[in-house]
Design a protein around this ligand. Structure first.
Ligand code: SAH
Length: 376
């Protein structure tokens, strides 16, 4: 009898060394792991029976004990600008989001690393949802696997040329703080970069963090993906307010960690994300302060026009203010670009990903109250 689906090993969660061990445990040779990965990631196969260059009894054992299972799709929304947002199931009550952003020269997939987020940045809609749980490695890699196969399936059905909407870049900029889920994110990065896995170059995979300094040092030891940092303010007083983790790891410490990461990994530059909030962090003086922090360092600033969501107290800086801010940076020799807002009509833009999150803290509190009430 086959092992029930929930007890099977989801191969999307195993980076190559772990997959080699697994394959060996099934009595096959470790190098078969590479063949398996080829089927899974290059050919998009999920049925072991179809993997015809693997021995039949090995395929039977795989079918009994393993699976290739991406997250289940709850719903799909399409923006007028071509952006696609998928709501994916985490369990019966929880869901998280993934967004595909097509551009003429590339296709960027924005994936989530947690259901909700615990970091409480004041301008982010995911923060308002609270935190439920970490995504598993299989759920993180499964997003990429799923997007690739869904886009190919849709394009084939629509008769558009194959590879029209390819995933060329992956950014961990969806729901959650990737470095707060270090243990599951690192093997996922390994699979994204592995030649036998998604085979993406290190410059096409970007991890964005709100600034968990100790984990940036740890990441420097085990990965070399591109690093983006959500800075959002040029001074600690304001950043404490916008990105509360700053109280623990202030700007100077954060920047030192960033330069260390580049040195260690021979990286080109760190991208600093800076959300443009009207009359909060968008003055020319603040631009000059930001330039002083970054000047002479391998840094790029990506200005993100604030995307509003229900209940927020912030508004977006007017376009001329954003241009002026960018020009102040450029004049001081700091590279700066303005991020084009995509998928706004389907709430798929930066900071708008809300998914469906039941905050565990609230639930726990609730059950405690009930517990007290029912106990004699
Ligand atoms: N937790 C990680 C990954 C999320 S990345 C991080 O903080 O970097 C998502 C990016 O969108 C971050 O730079 C985040 O600060 C930014 N963002 C959040 N809310 C936003 C909003 N409402 N409008 C525009 N950008 C927002």
């Amino acid at each position: 009898m086959n092992t029930p689906a929930t007890e099977r090993t989801n191969l999307l969660g195993l980076a190559r060394p772990a997959l080699e061990t697994f394959v060996a445990q099934l009595g096959s040779r470790p190098f078969r792991a590479r063949q398996l990965m080829n089927w899974i990631y290059k050919r998009g196969a999920s049925e072991f029976a179809a993997m015809t260059d693997l021995a039949k009894d090995f395929r039977t054992r795989l079918a009994a004990q393993a699976e290739v299972r991406p997250p289940e799709i709850v719903s799909v929304q399409r923006s007028a600008d071509g952006t696609v947002k998928w709501l994916l199931k985490a369990d019966a009550a929880q869901a998280f989001e993934m967004v595909f952003i097509p551009e003429p020269d590339r296709g960027t997939l924005c994936i989530s690393s947690q259901v909700g987020c615990a970091l409480d940045c004041s301008f982010c809609s995911t923060a308002q949802q609270g935190f439920n749980r970490n995504l598993t490695t299989a759920e993180i890699v499964g997003q990429v696997w799923l997007a690739v196969s869904e886009l190919a399936r849709e394009d084939a059905a629509a008769g558009t040329p194959a590879a029209e909407r390819r995933v060329t870049n992956v950014v961990l900029m969806g729901m959650g703080e990737p470095l707060a889920n270090f243990r599951n994110v690192v093997p996922a990065l390994d699979i994204l970069l592995d030649d036998f896995g998604c085979d993406l170059s290190r410059r096409r995979v970007t991890l964005s963090t709100s600034g968990l300094v100790p984990q940036i040092y740890r990441l420097a030891e085990v990965s070399n993906v591109a690093l983006a940092v959500s800075l959002h303010a040029p001074d600690d007083a304001l950043r404490n307010d916008l990105v509360p983790i700053n109280r623990k790891h202030p700007i100077a410490e954060l920047l030192t960690a960033c330069w260390h990461y580049l040195d260690e990994q021979n990286g080109r530059s760190v991208t600093f994300e800076y959300v443009m909030l009207d009359a909060v962090n968008d003055s020319p003086a603040q631009a000059r302060a930001l330039a002083r922090l970054l000047k002479g360092h391998p840094a790029k600033v990506n200005l993100i026009p604030f995307n509003p969501f229900p209940g927020t107290r912030y508004t977006r800086s007017p376009a001329p203010v954003i241009q002026r801010f960018r020009d102040e940076l450029l004049q001081r020799g700091v590279l700066a670009t303005v991020r084009r807002t995509r998928g706004e009509d389907i709430d798929a833009a930066c900071g708008q990903l809300a998914g469906r999150v039941i905050d565990r803290t609230t639930v726990r509190l609730g059950s405690k109250v009930i517990g007290v009430a029912v106990q004699p």
